[in-house]
Write a protein that binds this ligand. Structure first.
Ligand code: BGC
Length: 425
């Protein structure tokens, strides 16, 4: 099923509720910030809950034809038995406003944050997590269905699990392999159930086609020592685990992790397209199979200085070829692809401009080689709250002043010109 068969190549900015809205006191990230677990507070963020009209106007002025945003579960369902219709109407109005500005709304249901009532019940570890997420999806689509066609159920399940349940640096701060596996299973099931709920709703309400995926973080992994068989082997294993496992499970309808899990999912195929977020490459080496590093170790970048042409404020390598390689790797799924995030944190506009041009050129090359890429969403439209890194990393096409003033950066125009040139928009 494709809704964008007739649509032009989509391009625009991406964001998530907690990072831009401001004042989300009912979710677990706010709680984490208040507990002092990170030295930053999201506070008013970009004031976008109130100022989204202005932001869509900017995006439209820049020529964008799509915008990705997330709905905040803790606003929509502040308590387990309480729905906030005002918040639901707000997000519906946001999607309408996007359309009025010629922006295709692409809506994420879960982007890292959870309502506190859900967390108190055990969050994504709870046996009820899947049903809770399904109810939230159902309620949200009742309101947004008539306006939205493209959905992302869950943003970066592997990153969420890694940070929150393996490394424990993000809420809920758990460090456990068993918990990580449990959350992964719950998130796979939650995605499938949400996919089903969304499709059923569009069918019953005769709303036309709907396009559902998740946003999967992909990383280009290369062996630290290419001549080492062990490095090559562990790199391939890590790449399969991190990049492919989720897409394979959701397209084959079963989840298979040798020695740990084997189970069928309720649907065989629950991806209408493949949403990918790409940022960087990591080098992997095999030294020891400790419990903490069963998939090898990320090797220090100092060993690769001669190959690395640039890094970002996040310390990530700038590696546009990696996006191309990941895109070619997705051809085997035979599905359309949407780049749901790609971007750079930098203070240097000329670095951002060349980042955008180089990544998009590789996207165009992948398209020439048969990858069906339908869109590119730059992370992010506006500088925003970068989780445990606070407000220092500047990912935006638009800068954010102390009182929330918006200032368009030069790279914003480069994104538009490059997309127009390469994708005939
Ligand atoms: C996440 C965003 C984050 C961005 C930059 C992605 O992994 O979805 O929330 O801001 O990366 O770190």
């Amino acid at each position: 099923m494709t809704v964008s068969g007739k649509q032009p190549f989509l391009f625009g900015g991406a964001a998530s509720s907690h990072q831009v809205e401001g004042n989300n006191p009912a979710n677990d990230w706010w709680d984490w910030e208040m507990a002092g677990k990170v030295p930053f507070r999201s506070g008013e963020a970009c004031f976008q809950y109130e100022r989204y009209r202005e932001d869509f106007e900017i995006a439209a002025k820049l020529g964008h034809n799509a915008h990705r945003f997330s709905v905040e579960w803790s606003r929509i369902q502040p308590q387990e038995n309480q729905w906030n219709e005002e918040a639901l109407r707000h997000y519906r109005e946001m999607a309408r406003e996007a359309r009025r500005h010629g922006l295709e709304p692409i809506v994420t249901l879960h982007h890292f944050t959870n309502p506190m009532w859900f967390v108190r019940k055990g969050g994504w570890l709870s046996a009820e997590a899947v049903a809770d997420f399904e109810r939230f999806t159902k309620k949200t689509v009742e309101f947004l269905g008539p306006v939205v066609r493209t959905w992302i159920t869950i943003n970066e399940p592997m990153v969420y699990i890694y940070k929150g349940f393996w490394e424990g640096t993000w809420p809920p701060g758990v460090q456990s392999a068993g918990a990580s596996l449990r959350v992964l299973r719950n998130m796979l099931h939650a995605h499938v159930r949400a996919y089903w709920v969304l499709h059923r709703h569009y069918e019953l309400e005769r709303l036309g086609p709907v396009w559902v995926s998740l946003a999967k973080h992909v990383i280009q992994f290369d062996p630290c020592r290419p001549f080492s068989r062990k490095d090559r082997w562990v790199t391939a294993l890590r790449s399969w685990f991190f990049n492919d496992l989720v897409f394979e499970a959701l397209t084959n309808g079963y989840f298979f992790l040798p020695g740990f899990a084997a189970e069928f999912l309720p649907l065989r195929d629950s991806l209408d397209y493949l949403g990918i977020n790409y940022y960087f490459r990591d080098f992997i080496r095999f030294d020891r199979m400790t419990a903490k590093d069963p998939l090898g170790e990320i090797c220090n970048k100092d060993h690769h200085q001669s190959e690395i042409r640039g890094t970002t404020q996040m310390g990530w390598e700038v590696r546009p070829e990696g996006l191309y390689q990941r895109l070619l790797g997705l051809r085997r799924f035979g599905k359309p692809v949407m780049i749901t995030e790609n971007g750079i944190a930098t203070l240097d506009e000329s670095q951002r401009e060349s980042y955008i041009i180089n990544h998009l050129s590789y996207v165009a090359q992948a398209v020439k080689e048969g990858v069906d890429v339908r869109g590119y969403l730059y992370w992010s439209l506006i500088d925003n709250f970068e989780w445990d890194k606070g407000y220092d990393p500047k990912f935006g096409l638009v800068g954010l002043g102390a009182r929330g003033e918006r200032k368009i950066k030069s790279s914003a125009h480069v994104l538009t010109e490059t997309c127009r040139k390469l994708f005939q928009i």
